[in-house]
Design a protein around this ligand. Structure first.
Ligand code: NAD
Length: 353
């Protein structure tokens, strides 16, 4: 056997299980902190208030102004509010938008973070921060933004609306699928990716049947952790770059865009690296792109970019933008190849590869 790889484990403490949200006070104590700044979106303010109330005086303030795309002005206002409150740690309760606000504050203050995820986006286990300013989205990687503690409590996901549950899970699957052919992959990330994909395949039909099925929710959150860990460990390629372009420059919704593009990007790359994508074929069927399309469609996920608000007239510009900066991908591409891929995704055509 010939094997060469570099593996670096994450220093984060992961606590998983139904009810672990009630360990929040203990998690704050373990960090040596006593004044938590509790973050959420306006929609999840009730959840944040309830958790803050359970902290026996350890909550410095609840700040429920997290919003999509982590705008820099929102982050700067939150930093000022955290300082004003005398916060010594951050607690984010929510999806990628709330986690993103916590990371943006940590980036500017170095405060330690505890995250309690309520979607499957995976941001809580990555050192990646995406931010928007003046209509442009930029991404950075910095160890400062990696949360110190994650409390994965599947009970917090029971109320996640079905549509977002499915698209968010497909977002998670995209991290794992691209991790399988990442240039810097290693045997651990490949194992985690396959395990994460299988966990989500097994769990999602149960969530569609009953969104409050705790066993199915537990399986999906377990899969999301694995897939997110892959995202945090290796570099992504064509799929994530296309989603970034469509989200950043055309304001397409994050999870839905991942859901629509996944079968097309994986189908495109399957032609070049069928061996590396063999776990997808084994778990979902062969060929991988077509199988992922059938799986997503069967769950009721959106299948066409035109249904997400992208205009056909924007496809040329989107393809040119996505092809303008070089980045690693297992199959070479140019603007024409991306235009063809986006055209199929726009129309919602089933991939053949
Ligand atoms: P989100 O955080 O924007 O949440 C969408 C909506 O659903 C919000 O209103 C939220 O309050 C609500 N919601 C979330 N969980 C809920 C629950 N359990 N019950 C009821 N309502 C709930 O959505 P998302 O897809 O998790 O996050 C998307 C954002 O995360 C994007 O900005 C994306 O760029 C970012 N992201 C970053 C990374 C990273 O590593 N940096 C990874 C993935 C996603």
């Amino acid at each position: 056997m010939s094997l060469h790889f570099t593996y670096k484990g994450s220093p984060a403490r992961i606590v998983f299980g139904a009810g672990v949200r009630w360990q929040l006070a203990d998690a704050i104590d373990r960090l040596g902190c006593s004044r938590a700044f509790v973050l959420s979106t306006p929609q999840q303010a009730g959840e944040a208030e309830a958790l803050a109330a359970s902290l026996g005086g350890r909550a410095a303030a609840v700040y429920s102004r997290a919003t999509m795309h982590t705008p820099v002005d929102v982050s700067e206002a939150a930093v000022a509010a955290a300082r004003e409150a005398g916060a010594d740690c951050l607690v984010a309760v929510g999806g990628g938008s709330t986690t993103g606000l916590g990371k943006a504050i940590a980036y500017r203050t170095d405060l330690p973070q505890i995250v309690m995820p309520t979607t499957y986006a995976g941001s809580e286990v990555t050192d990646i921060l995406g931010q928007t300013a003046d209509g442009a989205k930029t991404t950075l990687r910095d160890p400062k933004v990696l949360p110190e503690v994650v409390l994965y409590d599947p009970e917090l996901t029971l109320g996640l609306p079905l549509g977002l549950s499915i698209t968010s899970a497909l977002n998670a699957m995209a991290h794992a699928a691209e991790g399988l052919y990442a240039e810097d992959r290693n045997p651990i990330t490949t194992t985690m990716a396959a395990e994460g994909l299988a966990a989500l395949r097994d769990a999602l039909p149960g969530i569609v049947a009953d969104p409050r099925d705790l066993a199915a929710r537990t399986g999906a959150l377990y899969g999301a952790w694995l897939c997110g860990t892959v995202l945090g460990s290796v570099s992504m390629a064509l799929h994530h770059k296309l989603c970034h372009t469509l989200g950043g420059s055309f304001e397409l919704p994050h999870a839905e865009t991942h859901a629509v593009l996944l079968p097309h990007t994986i189908g495109y790359n399957a032609v070049a690296v069928p061996d590396l994508l063999a776990p997808v074929a084994r778990i979902f069927g062969d060929p991988p792109g077509a199988a992922l399309y059938d799986f997503a469609k069967g769950l009721g996920a959106p299948t066409a970019l035109r249904d997400l608000g992208l205009k056909e007239a924007d496809l040329d510009r989107a393809a040119a933008l996505a092809a303008s900066k070089p980045y690693p991908n297992p199959r070479p591409f140019d603007a024409a190849a991306i235009r063809a891929l986006l055209g199929a995704a726009w129309a919602g055509t089933r991939p053949t590869t």
